[in-house]
Write a protein that binds this ligand. Structure first.
Ligand SMILES: [Cu+2]
Length: 121
């Protein structure tokens, strides 16, 4: 019994990581299969999805490899428009400054996104 509880806690851990796209109706860590299918349109932690969007650069941290973007809706990953921080692939932040309007590609895993390509408009 104790072992089962520990496994459940380990499974639940990644789901609890911070992310701006956490939804109020977030699924339980272990959802019944039928319920999981019904939620196929939601971003699931194990599913990496790719999307494209436009945005305005709010902040750049080249040392940390992060960029904050006020981005448009990204329908491919089910995100609405908002301002959030992304991690960025090495190199994509070169020449990018606060205030730039950009087109970017993003890979979303769970509730976090990584900018894989970025180009000024
Ligand atoms: Cu966002």
């Amino acid at each position: 019994m104790k072992k089962t509880l520990m496994i459940a806690a380990l499974i639940a851990l990644p789901v609890g990581l911070s992310g701006c796209h956490k939804k109020a109706e977030a699924p339980a860590a272990v959802a019944p299969k039928a319920e999981a299918n019904a939620m196929a349109s939601m971003a699931m932690p194990a599913d990496a999805k790719m999307g494209k969007a436009t945005g305005t650069v709010i902040a750049v941290n080249a040392a940390a490899g992060t960029i904050t973007l006020e981005h448009s809706a990204i329908s491919a990953v089910g995100w609405s428009a908002m301002t959030m921080e992304f991690s960025a692939k090495p190199g994509v932040l070169t020449g990018i400054a606060v205030g730039d309007k950009v087109d970017f590609d993003v890979t979303v895993t769970g509730s976090s996104g990584e900018v894989t390509a970025l180009k000024k408009q």
